[in-house]
Ligand binder design. Structure first.
Ligand SMILES: Cc1cc2nc3c(=O)[nH]c(=O)nc-3n(C[C@H](O)[C@H](O)[C@H](O)COP(=O)(O)O)c2cc1C
Length: 157
C-alpha cells in the first residue's frame, strides 16, 4: 500500500534522528519540516542542564519554526530524540499547535536507552485527534536499532 503524500516533522540535536528523517525523505519522497527552537541547543551536557531547567520551570524553549498546514498530507512521520524519558518539551509545543485531526501519524524516536512507551503515551496525549499508527512506531536505542530500510519497505508494501 502506498503511503500517499508524506511529510516528516522532526527535530534532531546531534544528527541521529536526522538520519532516519533523511531515509524517509529518500524512500517516501516526503516533504521535510525541521522544527527549531529560537535558541538552538548545543552540546550534550549543556542541553541536559538547559532542558532540566526548562522542565523545572515548565517553560519550554520558544519556537522559531512556524506551524505549517498539513491538510494535504496522507501520512505524517513525527520524529525526535528522547529527552528526559519522552518527547522534547519545545517539540511538544509545536505538535500541539498542528492540526493533525484524523491524520495517519507514524512516530519515530531515537534514544540512548529509555523512553519507548512514555514517548508514545506523550504523543497520544498531545495529539488526541490524530490517528497514531502505533504498530509502525519506529524506536531506535543505541544498542537496539531496527533496520530503517526494512521498516520503510514494510510500510510501503
Ligand atoms: C537533553 C537530553 C536529554 C536526553 N534524555 C535521554 C533519556 O531520558 N534517555 C535516553 O536514553 N537518552 C536520552 N538522551 C539521549 C538522546 O535521546 C540520544 O542521544 C538521541 O539519539 C539523540 O538524537 P539526535 O542526535 O537526533 O539529537 C538525551 C539527550 C539530551 C541532549
Amino acid at each position: 500500500m502506498s503511503l500517499g503524500k508524506c511529510a516528516v516533522i522532526y527535530y534532531s540535536q546531534s544528527g541521529t534522528t536526522k538520519q532516519i528523517a533523511e531515509a524517509i525523505k529518500a524512500k517516501a519522497n516526503a516533504d521535510m519540516y525541521f522544527v527549531e527552537p529560537e535558541k538552538e541547543y548545543t552540546g550534550y551536557i549543556a542541553s541536559i542542564i538547559r532542558v532540566g531547567k526548562e522542565k523545572l520551570t515548565r517553560r519550554p524553549a520558544k519556537l522559531k519554526t512556524e506551524v505549517a498546514d498539513f491538510a494535504s498530507y496522507d501520512a505524517i512521520f513525527i520524529g525526535f530524540p528522547v529527552w528526559y524519558g519522552t518527547v522534547p518539551p519545545f517539540f511538544q509545543e509545536y505538535l500541539k499547535q498542528c492540526d493533525l485531526k484524523g491524520k495517519r501519524v507514524i512516530p519515530f524516536a531515537t534514544t540512548i536507552k529509555t523512553g519507548k512507551d512514555a514517548s508514545l503515551n506523550t504523543l497520544k496525549e498531545i495529539l488526541p485527534e490524530a490517528d497514531i499508527d502505533i504498530n509502525n512506531y519506529y524506536f531506535a536505542a543505541k544498542n537496539d536499532k531496527p533496520d530503517v530500510n526494512q521498516w520503510l519497505d514494510d510500510l510501503m508494501k
